[in-house]
Design a protein around this ligand. Structure first.
Ligand SMILES: Nc1ncnc2c1ncn2[C@@H]1O[C@H](COP(=O)(O)OP(=O)(O)O)[C@@H](O)[C@H]1O
Ligand SMILES: [Mg+2]
Length: 288
């Protein structure tokens, strides 16, 4: 089943001269791990907001086409109901944190929805466990590290038990180690908890080992939507994306102009294994 179905979505912010999304159609299957990429201004944030229903519910503006999540049309569904289906973690996740302690933060949205104890306590515990923040219930939010604050923002949306988690450029404020840890967490949520994940990401190397689908936006339109290899090959064939390609793929596509297919590497380890295997077999050939 498709968890997210977007058909012919065009959207213009109030007072904007031109649309930020134009004729966007795409699907995320149940259990997909999708990475959304594209240059600044290509519409990634707007598409995240549209999937979560904040566009058009909070922003107003003019929307055509439709977004259906978990079977519900966002335009016809209340924002609270939508939050039970899709959780959105904004790029500036610190601004999403509104209370003093870790446990209050996760409980906040649930209290607003009228969830009562002991269900509330159970959901808070579960959400904190899912992001690895168990034991930090009484800590001050302000005392958490950047990576922990982000995990808290994720726990706060997970407490509503959504099926879909949307994150807008979640690694932009993290160091490389924090970014790698975040992707491991997202992969665990995807594999162990069955969450469908969409992550807007400019650094495709981070998403490549985990993503089942890549979507490239250009100027508010879907330029390519497919497997990571489909999208990376498209980017490799279009000069303006040469610098955005993961270094491994720059090497791979470069090698493929001289040699036949060089395998579907996803990690540095896989790449170096394949290269040494190829070099070994060349050595064997020489000595034979
Ligand atoms: N609140 C807004 N009002 C008007 N235009 C906006 C607003 N937010 C974004 N835009 C415009 O929409 C387009 C897409 O922006 P955005 O979705 O933020 O792209 P990205 O996240 O890929 O950088 C850009 O041209 C941007 O200037
Ligand atoms: Mg953005």
């Amino acid at each position: 089943m498709s968890e997210v179905v977007i058909s012919g979505l065009s959207y213009t912010y109030p007072k904007a001269a031109r649309p930020s999304l134009q004729q966007v159609s795409l699907k995320l299957e149940n259990g997909a791990f999708a990475a959304l990429t594209g240059f600044n201004g290509s519409g990634k944030t707007t598409l995240c907001l549209a999937i979560a229903g904040a566009v058009p519910h909070y922003f107003g503006g003019a929307m055509a086409g439709q977004v259906v999540i978990g079977g519900f049309k966002t335009a016809e569904t209340g924002i609270c109901e939508l939050a039970d289906i899709v959780g959105l973690v904004m790029q500036d996740y610190e601004s999403q944190l509104v209370t003093l302690t870790v446990e209050e933060e996760v409980a906040f949205g649930l209290e607003n929805r009228g969830v009562e104890r002991p269900e509330l306590t159970r959901r808070v515990q579960e959400a904190l466990a899912m992001v690895g923040l168990s034991g930090k219930e009484r800590q001050q939010t302000a005392a958490l590290s950047g990576g922990q604050k982000q995990r808290l923002a994720i726990a706060s949306v997970l407490a509503a038990k959504p099926k879909i988690l949307v994150l807008d450029e979640p690694t932009s404020a993290l160091d490389p180690e924090g970014a790698a840890e975040l992707y491991e967490l997202l992969y665990r949520l995807n594999q162990e908890h069955g969450l469908t994940i969409l992550v807007a990401e400019h650094d495709l190397s981070l998403a490549l080992p985990y993503a089942s689908q890549f979507i490239l936006l250009a100027d508010g339109r879907v330029a390519v939507d497919g497997t990571p290899a489909d999208v990376l090959r498209y980017m490799g064939a279009n000069r303006q994306y040469a610098c955005s390609l993961p270094p491994l793929w720059q090497l791979k596509l470069g090698l493929e102009t001289h040699f036949s297919c060089f395998g579907d590497w996803k990690t540095d380890e896989e790449a170096s294994e394949e290269l040494s295997r190829r070099l070994d077999s060349r050595e064997d050939g020489k000595s034979a």
